[in-house]
Design a protein around this ligand. Structure first.
Ligand code: HEM
Ligand SMILES: *[C@@H]1O[C@H](CO)[C@@H](O)[C@H](O)[C@H]1NC(C)=O
Ligand SMILES: *[C@@H]1O[C@H](CO)[C@@H](O)[C@H](O)[C@H]1NC(C)=O
Ligand SMILES: *[C@@H]1O[C@H](CO)[C@@H](O)[C@H](O)[C@H]1NC(C)=O
Ligand SMILES: *[C@@H]1O[C@H](CO)[C@@H](O)[C@H](O)[C@H]1NC(C)=O
Ligand SMILES: *[C@@H]1O[C@H](CO)[C@@H](O)[C@H](O)[C@H]1NC(C)=O
Ligand SMILES: *[C@@H]1O[C@H](CO)[C@@H](O)[C@H](O)[C@H]1NC(C)=O
Ligand SMILES: *[C@@H]1O[C@H](CO)[C@@H](O)[C@H](O)[C@H]1NC(C)=O
Ligand SMILES: *[C@@H]1O[C@H](CO)[C@@H](O)[C@H](O)[C@H]1NC(C)=O
Length: 353
């Protein structure tokens, strides 16, 4: 059942986005981009995401991650949504995505409803950004003014998806290098707070539980109680595909507990825990976010907007896809139209393009 609380939050967020104070712009994008051309866009996105969450509470996390995995590969251009085809090698099969991305059907459901309301107007890249924001506030996290006006790519790049997306085995230096593709270390710490919800598979951290770095012992930075819990969930010689909550206490809620867990040695991935190891430059920021939800939320909003600006296509670049998994079929028929339009047709009329 949808609670009154959620309805109120939704109204609050959407109204805040559509009216409210002027915003400071740091890119070509604009929160009011669809004000006239697709005024119900925000509501449609929230409605479909909310409906999906009733049977799949993990969907909020999955949709936030989908936007992230889009933005770091050729920019936020919905390249991640493209399926294999004659010209596309899908990013969905890149190592960080394969058997891991979720929410693709929900994005298609949103797009279907959006196309009914305003055909060929709203991009899949913007829908990803809006679905991430809706997921955040529907999970009790922050609401921000999503900048809009992105266009969809005509290409995907599986090689780049393998190169640019971070590994859960990363060291702090590797994470900083990853973030430097458009972000800084404060943004990195704030965005990592998205591991406050969702799940991960055992094989991505089981090395920490039994034989860390060929020591025959677990990762010494792991909290001992958490270690016991994780060993139950991930047997040493299991398939590695069991799912474990990224946040052991509030697995579906967007809150600041991620940072308390890091301080307690309860980061699930090595890439989480290295943010809070002795002398890490990120410790001060983590303690601040751990103690002040409003400071974490404010930094998360800034970082999501910053991430949402990476490599965007605007103006006449790219296209507005009709179906998010495929680029539009313009080729053959349009080429014929263009050729035909140069000569009078047999009834003497110039056919229009
Ligand atoms: C900083 C480096 C990061 C690393 C190394 C990393 C790694 C991972 C891994 C390995 C998983 C589990 C995947 C699986 O089991 O299939 C995961 C899940 C997740 N990640 Fe990250 N991530 C990082 C940053 C981010 C950022 C920036 C966001 C979003 C702003 C994010 C949001 C999520 C969410 C929400 C999930 C759960 C998804 C679900 O349950 O469907 N992560 N991440
Ligand atoms: C967008 O729409 C709202 C509500 O209809 C209106 O108050 C606002 O002035 C519009 N803004 C722009 C830039 O068109
Ligand atoms: C796109 O690919 C995914 C994964 O291979 C598949 O489940 C889905 O049906 C495809 N979508 C379309 C519209 O063909
Ligand atoms: C992706 O996963 C499928 C199913 O597990 C596997 O068959 C395929 O080889 C994987 N693709 C890549 C590129 O690793
Ligand atoms: C993918 O990106 C890499 C690095 O920028 C580039 O060398 C390669 O040509 C791209 N591949 C495709 C299929 O666009
Ligand atoms: C990162 O950039 C933000 C501005 O977006 C700034 O406030 C912050 O101090 C920067 N952090 C670092 C570590 O440079
Ligand atoms: C793993 O062991 C090697 C060699 O003993 C060491 O140099 C390295 O720092 C260790 N890595 C971690 C993450 O502890
Ligand atoms: C898991 O496999 C390793 C190596 O094959 C073996 O030494 C160990 O006893 C196994 N552990 C369990 C709990 O079965
Ligand atoms: C941390 O810094 C202190 C003081 O600068 C130094 O004595 C200590 O060895 C450092 N610890 C690690 C693990 O680098």
């Amino acid at each position: 059942m949808v609670s009154l609380h959620l309805v109120a939050r939704t109204l609050c967020c959407v109204v805040f986005v559509l009216v409210g104070l002027p915003f400071s712009s740091d890119a070509q994008l604009d929160p009011l981009f669809y004000n006239k051309s697709c005024p119900n866009l925000h509501f449609i996105v929230v409605k479909v995401v909310l409906e999906a969450s009733l049977s799949d509470p993990r969907i909020f996390a999955s949709l936030v991650r989908l936007h992230f995995h889009d933005c770091f590969v050729q920019g936020c251009d919905a390249s991640v949504l493209l399926n294999n085809s004659a010209t596309i090698v899908s990013e969905q099969e890149a190592l960080p995505n394969n058997n891991s991305l979720r929410g693709l059907n929900v994005v298609n459901d949103i797009k279907t409803e959006v196309e009914k309301a305003c055909p060929s107007v709203a991009s899949c890249a913007d829908i990803l950004a809006l679905a991430a924001q809706a997921s955040s506030f529907l999970a009790d996290g922050p609401c921000w003014k999503v900048r809009l006006g992105r266009r969809d790519s005509l290409t995907a790049n599986q090689t780049l998806a393998n190169q640019n997306l971070p590994s859960p085995f990363s060291t702090l230096d590797q994470l900083k290098a990853f973030a430097s593709q458009g972000l800084n270390t404060t943004h990195l710490v704030a965005l990592s707070g998205a591991h406050t919800f969702g799940k991960g598979r055992c094989f991505l951290f089981v090395n920490r539980l039994y034989d860390f770095n060929n020591t025959g012992k677990p990762d010494p930075t792991l909290n001992i109680d958490y270690l016991k819990e994780l060993r139950k969930l991930c047997p040493q010689n299991g398939t590695g595909t069991n799912l474990v909550n990224l946040d052991p206490t509030t697995p579906n809620k967007f809150d600041k507990t991620y940072y308390s867990h890091l301080k307690a040695g309860k980061g699930l991935f090595q890439s989480d825990q290295v943010l809070f190891t002795p002398n890490a430059s990120t410790i001060k920021t983590i303690l601040k976010f751990r103690n002040h939800e409003n400071i974490f939320f404010d930094n998360f909003k800034i970082a999501m907007i910053k991430m949402g600006n990476i490599g965007v296509l605007t103006g006449n670049q790219g296209e507005i896809r009709k179906q998010c998994n495929f680029i539009n079929q313009k080729s053959i028929e349009q080429d014929i139209d263009i050729v035909a339009s140069k000569e009078p047709s047999k009834d003497g009329m110039i056919s229009s393009i």
